[in-house]
Write a protein that binds this ligand. Sequence first.
Ligand SMILES: N[C@@H](CCC(=O)N[C@@H](CS)C(=O)NCC(=O)O)C(=O)O
Length: 216
Amino acid sequence: VLTLYTYFRSSAAFRVRCALNLKGIAYAPEIVWLPTDEQKSDAYRTLNPQALVPTFVDDDGTTLNQSLAIIEYLDETRPGPKLLPADPRGRARVRALSQLVACEIHPVNNLRILKYLKHVLGHDQPTIDAWYRHWIAEGLSAFERELARGGTGRFCHGDAPTMADCCLVPQIFNARRFECPLDAYPSTMRVFESAMALPAFDAAQPSKQPDAARAG
Ligand SMILES: N[C@@H](CCC(=O)N[C@@H](CS)C(=O)NCC(=O)O)C(=O)O
């Protein structure tokens, strides 16, 4: 059985949930409870030496981590709608937009970074919130400018969802959770709304995951 090691609020896991749903792939969610550092347990590290969610285990036992690598693997091994375009230029653009989120915005605002700012460097919550909002604003401004450069349609690239939308949607959820202003990104938010109108994205959102209730 296909297994996705996931946590409802993890945006990296959320990306893969979107991709699995878009491709119509059924999977069993296995919850990794980040609030108690379950990702750092010996058992989980055996599956994922990076101690991060998500981890994906295919039905033949293939065990993969890093959300973008998992999404590309799913796209290459499974039928269903393509999450990366067939043409090299389009593929490069989708990867670039995906990496803008996954490599530029998300890493500096990850849980372990926020914990380090708080517990090791001793910053207070307003300072940490300012950090968070600063990097969101930097990243989403760039994303907005990228969307204006051409190639964008109803979705980030063209009129069908791609890996870039799987990256953008969770990042907007995070931004809203931290009450980041989003008015300055009309194209980005238009694309976000197009994606959220699709059941694949809607069903992948944090509040609809089995572990959402556990958070209380
Ligand atoms: N680049 C990784 C990021 C994975 C990641 O950072 N996951 C976060 C949740 S979104 C995590 O597991 N954090 C646990 C921690 O910071 O200890 C990917 O795309 O899969």
